[in-house]
Design a protein around this ligand. Structure first.
Ligand SMILES: [Zn+2]
Length: 191
């Protein structure tokens, strides 16, 4: 196949050289509300085209490569005294795969992170891309999260923009008496 980025022949959909040149993660931290942080690895503009592949049939390969370059490295260095649960946000299989599930699965390589799928789904299927903050506030995702997992939670998403989706998911998880430690995303639009 050809590399999506440089179009040279490659064994992977993004060649090793482009991964090395363009996908080195830069650890970024943003406070979404008091003492609650989202950690991310890339500037949104740097990976915008790659994130959009979630609508393509080959998007799973792109997300796996992004995850290997960022989430996997994070997992390797994750040192925590007890087991925590990673929850991908809205991990529906909309096309051929769920992009947030791919990201979360990469964390399961470390022994202190347990990944749980299909627990946190938005009832409201509205798309936020390109919409104003006011529109987002007026149209909440309406997350449903019923089970008590008795564990602290890490929230997983591909991108943080305003942070409203993550904060709404956090609130609903806290309602069922689970603590949310932090959120982890590939990109941050306010990097
Ligand atoms: Zn390339």
């Amino acid at each position: 196949m050809r590399c999506l980025s440089c179009e040279q022949l490659s064994f992977e959909i993004i060649c090793q050289k482009c991964q090395k040149n363009h996908l080195q993660p830069i650890f970024n931290k943003r406070e979404l509300e008091k003492d609650f942080f989202v950690y991310s690895f890339y500037e949104y503009d740097a990976i915008k085209d790659l994130l959009n592949t979630k609508y393509q049939f080959y998007g799973d390969k792109v997300f796996q490569i992004l995850a290997n370059n960022s989430f996997k490295k994070f997992a390797e260095n994750f040192d925590f005294p007890h087991l925590v649960t990673a929850l991908p946000i809205d991990d529906h299989v909309n096309h051929d795969f769920s992009h947030t599930a791919i990201l979360a699965k990469t964390l399961s390589t470390t022994k202190n992170i347990d990944v749980q799928y299909n627990l946190l789904h938005a009832h409201n299927k509205i798309k936020y891309a390109g919409k104003s903050l006011e529109f987002r506030k007026n149209n909440p995702r309406d997350f449903r999260f019923l089970p008590k997992i008795n564990s602290e939670v890490i929230l997983i998403d591909d991108l943080v923009t305003t942070g409203l989706t993550i904060l709404e998911a956090k609130k609903v998880i806290q309602k069922s008496n689970n603590e949310v430690l932090f959120a982890l995303t590939l990109g941050d639009a306010k990097f």
